[in-house]
Write a protein that binds this ligand. Structure first.
Ligand code: HEM
Length: 741
């Protein structure tokens, strides 16, 4: 049986296209919105003994390197350092400071352009070297929304929710309620299809206008220029092709164009291939779902520290359900007058009730999803009691007031549609029984709620209070006339920067060879010996992920100036909470809201799930098999995760078995010096002994406890060391370690 071209395109539009679109979901670049500071070194207003090697500020999400700057100036306004986004971490703003800043107050001006939605915020922070200076302070960033941004977001949200409302109303309400084969083009009377087309194209045009305003506003804030220059100098194209905001913008425009093609194709073939119009409209629902996704990946949700992907999914579900509900109400209020025009009295009432009853069922399911996801969205940002008393909290509360009004009018319609069930509400039923006027009121409130949703989305989220910052691990060691200052930042497990400042006799030392190595004697872990880069002003910088966990570590710094090499050893305590945490566990309220979201989605999808199950027509046995198979799969996944975790821990334990003997001696310059003498004098291990050379080559594979054993039992021609104390044996071990360097 040959399938005609139209049957194939119908199949493609209604089945393959949704799958294709869902695939695109995964491909879209993740963004985030309105990031906030999660770690600052130095802390704001901290008083430091000496000037730090650098200032570092970690944010909850990525920054646009081309538009984010950091300037450090003294109180006279002289700029002492400039910086920007770190090359290795796009969430880190950093600036290296000159060797030794004189005592005084310093102001750090931050211009932050967040990659996701391009929000640019200015804030400044201070730190003091020596002692605090009164009257010098930073400026926190504004927590107000930018008006032009509220405008374009309101236009964008209203137009896209209207589009979602028009397409979902068509597919979920009008066709099931009024659909007939008498109308091959779209299944509905031409006057209704025409009105839907007018609404759809109006929504598309408004969405494109909103998107263009968004790009211009974005260019204005990123470049700090007015609209005229943003347009005339073509700066908008720099933003369009060079920023993450631009990526999302392009995808959104592409999808809007795709929908225009769908609608245009359906309209073009309405006479020759009328049966194609419906699949094109159904495909537009899916394409619209993806347009909504381009908001969510640039919404606050993507900057959530707790399960960001779930936050994005919830924001998307919220927007999609709000589109079906609120967008549907607006579309219904605009379609009904035209649709009912030819009908009078009973026929009109029947036609009206058929659609309203159908819509009421869909709206209730969507409303449940909107409320559950709305609460989940809110739990991302209200983590501390005083968060509600912020601009964000206030604007959201204002929105919820209007949502309550929307629910009230919706409830009145629900009651009026079921007079037999709500006899006691007859007065109210009489008031709304014609429905159209109150539907228009509901649509108006819905638009106001959407405008407030845009305002909320444009308002910076409450900034979580930074946890008290721990002292950055490090310190200063002086060996003879050499003073070595170490700072490990941020100073927790994971990626760290090791700043080493070398001063000899009060002079900054440059062109030295500086090596940094992290050692954990308790775990018998030795990191690589990093060559620190000479960045001038006596500052040497290395970075690494050597610190695998909190606890007592040692940092061995070897400074070689020509033939002379000096060891400075620093015992440091690494604290778990010093790490820059880019994620947090979901709160209890968040988990409860998540369960509510799953329940609401389950209820909303239950009719289609029931249809699907009846289509499957499963017998009890196949249901049992399916349930057992699902359980089996889940059990297999849990087992696989547990087994892989177990084998990781076993590999870890095999690779890094815990030492039976822990080297208690800090391998500082004194220990090395003592060890060298003892190795020669007490052990008789002279440097020209061939086996000592052999031993030196094997050091990387040997653990301290093995070297300790060699001092007890000897090794090849190297005799055991004579009468030395335990501490002296460890000094010998520490000295031996340097033979391989
Ligand atoms: C109990 C009811 C509701 C609650 C608690 C709620 C809460 C929220 C929250 C917290 C957000 C995230 C805003 C952000 O930070 O980006 C949000 C977004 C949004 N809400 Fe609601 N909302 C509710 C009802 C509604 C209704 C009825 C509508 C539609 C008429 C609506 C439309 C939207 C839209 C369009 C967004 C997306 C904004 C964006 O991602 O840019 N909400 N809502």
């Amino acid at each position: 049986m040959l399938l005609t071209a139209s049957v194939w395109s119908k199949r493609f539009l209604s089945r393959a296209l949704p799958a294709l679109i869902l695939l695109l979901f995964v491909g879209l670049p993740l963004a985030g919105a309105h990031g906030y500071l999660i770690r600052a070194i130095p802390e704001d207003r901290s008083v430091l003994e000496r000037s730090p090697a650098r200032v570092q500020y970690w944010f909850s999400e990525a920054l646009e390197p081309d538009f984010s700057t950091i300037t450090v100036r003294d109180t006279s306004g002289t700029v002492v350092a400039e910086g920007g986004v770190s090359e290795n971490d796009d969430k880190l703003m950093t600036a290296r400071l000159p060797g030794s800043l004189p005592d005084g107050a310093y102001i750090v001006d931050l211009r932050l352009a967040f990659a996701s939605d391009g929000h640019v915020i200015f804030e400044s922070r201070t730190f003091f070297v020596g002692e605090a200076v009164a009257g010098v302070g930073g400026v926190t960033s504004s927590d107000q929304a930018v008006t032009l941004e509220v405008v374009w977001r309101a236009l964008l949200l209203t137009s896209t929710l209207l589009l979602m409302g028009v397409f979902s109303l068509y597919a979920l309400v009008l066709v099931p309620a009024w659909g007939s084969d008498a109308h091959p083009a779209g299944g509905l009377p031409p006057r209704v299809m025409n009105r839907l087309y007018v609404l759809a194209f109006t929504g598309l045009v408004l969405a494109v206008i909103a998107n263009v305003i968004a790009l211009i506003q974005q260019t204005m804030v990123l470049f700090g220029v007015d609209a005229g220059r943003a347009i005339s100098e073509g700066l908008w194209s720099v933003v369009r092709i060079g920023t993450r905001f631009g990526d999302t913008w392009n995808v959104r425009m592409l999808l809007l164009a795709l929908i225009a093609v769908f609608l245009g194709a359906g309209w073009y073939w309405r006479r020759t291939q009328p049966s194609l119009m419906r699949p094109f409209w159904v495909a537009s629902v899916w394409a619209m779902a993806l347009v909504l996704f381009t908001w969510s990946i640039a919404a606050h949700a993507a900057g959530s520290l707790a399960l960001p992907w779930l936050a994005i999914l919830s924001d998307w579900l919220h927007g999609a359900a709000a589109g079906i509900w609120a967008g549907g109400v607006i579309a219904l209020a605009l379609v009904l007058p035209v649709a009912l025009k030819p009908y009078t009295r009973d026929a009109r009432r029947q036609a009206l009730l058929a659609v309203l009853r159908r819509f009421s069922g869909v709206a209730i399911a969507a409303m449940a999803v909107v409320i559950a996801t709305g609460i989940y969205n809110a739990t991302n940002w209200f983590t501390e009691a005083n968060d509600v008393a912020t601009s964000y909290g206030g604007t959201l509360a204002f929105k919820l007031l209007l949502v309550a009004a929307l629910l009230a009018v919706g409830a009145a319609h629900h009651i009026a549609l079921r007079p037999e069930r709500y006899v006691r509400w007859s007065a109210l039923i009489d008031r709304v029984r014609t429905f159209l006027p109150t539907l228009r009121l509901e649509a108006l409130i819905a638009v106001l709620v959407i405008v407030l949703a845009a305002w909320v989305a444009a308002t910076p989220v409450p900034q979580p209070t930074l946890p008290p910052q721990t002292e950055t691990p490090g310190g200063t060691q002086t060996v003879e006339t050499l003073s070595v200052t170490l700072a490990i930042t941020p100073g927790g497990p994971g990626a760290n920067t090791y700043d080493v400042q070398v001063i000899r006799g009060g002079q900054l030392v440059s062109d030295a060879d500086v090596r940094v190595q992290l050692v954990n004697p308790t775990l018998a872990r030795r990191g690589d010996r990093h060559v620190a880069e000479d960045t001038g002003d006596g500052l040497y910088v290395a970075a690494g992920t050597d610190i695998t966990q909190a606890g007592a570590w040692q940092v061995l710094v070897d400074v070689s100036e020509g033939q002379k090499s000096t060891r400075a050893a620093f015992p440091v305590t690494i604290r778990e909470d010093a790490a820059v945490i880019f994620s947090r566990a979901p709160s209890f309220l968040q988990i409860v809201a998540l369960v509510a979201v799953l329940a609401a989605v389950g209820v909303a999808l239950s009719p289609s799930l029931r249809r699907f199950v009846s289509w499957l027509n499963p017998r009890p046995l196949s249901l049992l098999v399916a349930a057992l198979a699902t359980l089996g799969l889940v059990a297999a996944i849990v087992l696989a995760v547990w087994l892989s975790d177990l084998s990781n821990r076993q590999t870890e334990a095999e690779l890094y078995p815990l030492p039976t003997l822990v080297n208690p001696a800090l391998p500082d310059a004194d220990s090395l010096a003592r060890g060298a003498v003892l190795a020669e004098m007490a052990c008789g291990w002279s440097r020209d002994n061939r086996d000592l050379g052999e031993l030196a080559e094997r050091l990387v594979r040997l653990r301290d406890e093995e070297l300790y054993a060699f001092t007890l039992e000897g090794w090849r021609s190297l005799p055991p060391c004579g009468d030395v104390s335990d501490t002296q044996r460890w000094d010998i071990v520490n000295y031996l370690r340097t033979l391989g360097e």
